[in-house]
Design a protein around this ligand. Sequence first.
Ligand code: PGA
Length: 249
Amino acid sequence: MRMPLIAGNWKMNGSLALVEAFGRAFADGALPVNVEVALMVPFPFLEAAGRALGETSVTVGAQTLSDRPSGAFTGEVSAAMLRECGARLVLVGHSERRTLFGEDDAAVLARVKAALAERLTPVLCVGETLEEREAERTEAVVLGQVEAVFDALDESERARLEVAYEPVWAIGTGRTASPEQAQVVHAAIRGCLARYDQALAGGMRLLYGGSMKADNAAELLAQPDIDGGLVGGASLKVDDFLAICQSAG
Ligand code: PGA
């Protein structure tokens, strides 16, 4: 059985006050015990999030990282720094990083390796644009993004990733993939992972992301190959995020 993982991605939103609000709301055992929950907060909030959520089961994560361990890279943040500030997971290859910041498959792979080297769990994000979907290239694009990373890792490294399928056209648009559309791609990703190793494919959590909300989470999470969610907008409101976590339980 794969334990569901619900990860909130605050992107460049939120505040220290919101960190505190989540800490208070989740402190009283509100979260289901059979769901793992993570919050990916902006760098400056990592330590505060670790403190505020310290009494809860929530894991704190970051949204990106440098591919270098240290040095003259003004503005960058290394995996070791993230770890020292309490992060245990880190998003890699989010579509906003790929499109707005030019991170290609090689850049994504380098960041996955940098995260693994510091024992951070990379959450590898993959997904197709609307044009690619309409050109019936969804599987080729998504599996290509998966293979660009998995081909370059060894067996023990592969087992340490989480994978999030996020159709780019569904991110922040209010337009969710239907449960059936998402399931088809999740099954294809699991099939792709099975070509490396059956046990890897069976154990790997595949999260869905893209306008997941309290009112559509349950039907998405009911699909056999959807093991959790990567939640953007709805992770900025305590009640909405809590409701999604509860629907995974
Ligand atoms: P959204 O974002 O839930 O606001 O669509 C998801 C994501 O980008 O991770």
